[in-house]
Design a binder for this molecule. Structure first.
Ligand SMILES: Nc1ncnc2c1ncn2[C@@H]1O[C@H](COP(=O)(O)OP(=O)(O)O)[C@@H](O)[C@H]1O
Ligand SMILES: [Mg+2]
Length: 358
């Protein structure tokens, strides 16, 4: 993994609760440890109230933590102030849910705005940079339009161009696609992925939607009641969620598919996770032929993680040599999780033991 470009060490933030601010402190973030590798698309996901917006304001250095340390691009944010702090803030481009464009300014003027704020005076230089940025986000023909003349997806592309004007190494997107329909969301996420690949941009995506994380993130941290519930590669967290908060987010994205999980015909009931090329191999029909097992698919999920296909199927086996069949699956790199054992079976086999049977 690349070294972290953003790291949080034991970061805590509370707000005084109650209208008067005199009530008990309300802990928004509790002892957060987070490392965001340089060059990653890193998702931070959580339900409403989990602490996402608070985390955004700490990462973009608009607020300071009560305790703990935040490092951004090699600098300890606790030790910078004044002009240095402004400079460090400029290393993080911000993209917002509601775009936050200036309605009285054209697209080109919106994108030029941060350059002017940063003190760039040369008009030709600004014009060249704006046209380069608008080209990059696919809006070369819209420079003279006003925000009200654009679709939601186009407005967000302007927001992204504006965020990149000062060439920040980090782009922080706060619910950037939450106001967009699924098709527009896909195209904005595709643009973000392209920017990540082509510019080596680190992207931090704050979202409440597992589908957004699934489409483009490399790694993800799950925030729950102000704490990191779990963190890891998206494949692991999405396909094998451990924390109830993560399970709830996955279920929200895919619907309840597990209702008939354990209703087998008396044989092994397993959850099989296929990832990548294995998803398309006819493994189950091989097993039916070679081991004489029959199988029923009880439920499952199919889809892609970034561009990789996956399938997660709950399967009930009957007849044949089920142990040999499960061992074959494990040997082929399929993750086998046992949901139910045959009633009169020997003690459960651990995954490693399946492999030993081969
Ligand atoms: N400015 C604030 N004043 C008081 N409480 C706040 C403030 N901002 C957030 N909170 C509280 O902190 C918790 C986390 O909120 P927030 O960071 O907005 O979560 P999210 O963005 O995930 O919905 C909530 O309990 C919220 O009520
Ligand atoms: Mg929020």
């Amino acid at each position: 993994m690349a070294p972290p470009i953003i790291s949080l060490r034991h970061v805590t933030k509370s707000y005084a609760s109650g209208v008067s601010g005199r009530g008990r402190a309300n802990v928004a973030l509790d002892a957060i440890e987070l490392d965001i590798p340089q060059g990653d698309i890193f998702g931070i996901i959580g339900a409403s109230g989990a602490g996402k917006s608070t985390l955004v304001r700490l990462i973009n250095l608009l607020e300071r933590p009560d305790s703990g340390a935040i490092r951004v691009n090699g600098r300890d944010s606790g030790t910078v102030a004044g002009g240095e702090l402004l400079k460090l803030r400029r290393e993080i481009g911000m993209v917002f849910q509601h775009f936050n464009l200036l309605s009285a300014k054209t697209v080109a003027e919106n994108v030029a705005f941060p350059l002017k704020l940063a003190g760039v005076r040369d008009k030709a230089q600004i014009a060249a940079r704006v046209s380069e940025l608008l080209g990059r986000v696919g809006l070369a023909d819209h420079a003279a339009k006003y925000p009200r003349q654009l679709s939601g997806g186009q407005k967000q592309r302007v927001g992204i161009a504006r965020a990149l004007a000062c060439r920040p190494p980090i782009l922080l997107c706060d619910e950037a696609t939450s106001a967009l329909d699924p098709e527009t969301t896909r195209s904005v996420l595709a643009l973000l992925r392209e920017l990540n690949r082509e510019l080596g941009l680190t992207i931090v995506l704050i979202t409440h939607e597992m589908d957004v994380v699934r489409q483009i993130c490399h790694r993800v941290a799950v925030l729950d009641h102000g704490r990191i519930a779990e963190t890891g590669a998206v494949e692991d967290v999405f396909l094998h969620p451990r924390h109830p908060a993560t399970r709830a987010l996955v279920r929200k994205a895919f619907g309840e598919t597990d209702a008939h999980d354990r209703l087998g015909g008396g044989g092994h009931v397993v959850r099989l996770t296929f990832l990548g090329a294995a998803t398309h191999s006819p493994l189950l029909s091989h097993l039916a032929r070679e081991q004489g097992v029959e199988f029923a698919i009880l439920g499952g999920k199919l889809g892609t993680i970034r561009d990789e296909p996956f399938a997660q199927l709950n399967v009930a086996f009957t007849g044949g040599d089920q142990r040999a069949a499960l061992a074959r699956l494990t040997a082929a790199g399929i993750v086998v999780d046992t949901l139910a054992e045959p009633a009169n079976a020997a003690p459960p086999l651990a995954r490693r033991e399946f492999a030993d049977v081969v």
